[in-house]
Design a protein around this ligand. Structure first.
Ligand code: C2E
Ligand code: CA
Ligand code: CA
Ligand code: CA
Length: 273
């Protein structure tokens, strides 16, 4: 009994620390969002398997003396809990729209959290921003994870239909890590599947690893969806994916996520080739 109680105290103290830390981060994030100068988007180029850059994924970073290295996953979770995700999501989309003006034809892919998609006005909200920023909707793609498909299928379908009717593209992110089955994807209004990095890493491991990725590429083809391999780090992986018919790739082999100005420069050099 005594020991149990001691454990509980240690546990609650640690929990208290985490909660306090969270509140500090939350308050700082609120300030950062209001001022809008500490938050940044980095851009990671996306290539066709013939080596042409077609677009880039926008990735959130926080340029903060203490929280600077914080994972965007954690940042997004805090924003969701603190009720700031819609405001942050709008900021991210606006920033991505602004970037397209610097780029010739390239599109930008923006991550959208599951909570943002629970808003039934999400599509209108996105389209209003894209319109306000005077960006062609074809130059914006949103990335959503599989959980969104399962959580509220009807709402997700309606949202994606509306976005796609205006030209915005939709990609399923981290494909293969959720629990969606092939039947979920059938007739689902999306454009691309992004195969999660964990499967790409397993490519070099063994025959099974290759068979799984091969099956995913085949399935995407059968469903007439684009397929993107995430986290491609080696020439070996790139060559195997190319041989399987994977049309698009992204990863450190091609480029790390770049700061906005670096990305603009990089894209100008690439498209000049
Ligand atoms: P994600 O959407 O799956 O993004 C891909 C992550 O893999 C990024 O991590 C990217 O930097 C990393 N990555 C890209 N290529 C490679 C590679 O070759 N090897 C390895 N090891 N990693 C690679 P990052 O930027 O830390 O983002 C992590 C996650 O945070 C994202 O996963 C996404 O779920 C979330 N996230 C990032 N930015 C945003 C955002 O603006 N909004 C929302 N809602 N979520 C975001
Ligand atoms: Ca993503
Ligand atoms: Ca991903
Ligand atoms: Ca991920």
């Amino acid at each position: 009994k005594k020991k149990g109680r001691g454990c509980y105290e240690v546990f609650s103290e640690a929990m208290g620390d985490i909660l306090r830390q969270r509140r500090v981060v939350e308050a700082d994030l609120r300030k950062a969002l209001e001022k809008g100068d500490e938050l940044q988007l980095f851009y990671q180029p996306i290539y066709t398997n013939s080596g042409v850059m077609t677009g880039a994924e926008a990735l959130l970073r926080w340029n903060h003396p203490v929280h600077g290295g914080m994972s965007p996953v954690f940042l997004i979770a805090i924003a969701e809990e603190a009720g700031m995700i819609m405001q942050l999501g709008d900021w991210i989309l606006r920033e991505a729209c602004r970037m397209t003006a610097n780029l010739n034809l390239l599109w930008i892919s923006v991550n959208v959290s599951a909570m943002q998609l629970r808003d039934e006005h999400f599509a209108d909200r996105c389209l209003a921003i894209i319109n306000e920023m005077q960006v062609a909707p074809e130059r914006i793609q949103i990335e959503v994870t599989e959980t969104v498909l399962i959580e509220n299928r009807d709402l997700a379908v309606a949202t994606f239909k509306k976005l796609r009717a205006s030209g915005v593209r939709v990609a399923i992110d981290d494909f293969g890590t959720g629990y969606s089955s092939m039947s979920y994807l059938q007739n689902y209004p999306v454009d691309s599947l992004k195969i999660d990095r964990s499967f790409i890493q397993a490519l070099s491991d063994n025959e099974e690893g290759r068979a799984i990725v091969g099956a995913m590429v085949e399935m995407a083809r059968a469903l007439k969806l684009n397929v993107v391999a995430e986290g491609v780090e080696t020439v070996d992986q790139r060559d195997m994916l190319s041989a399987m018919g994977c049309g698009t790739m992204q990863g450190y082999l091609f480029s790390r996520p770049l700061k906005a100005h670096q990305f603009v420069q990089f894209s100008q050099e690439e498209t000049a080739l």
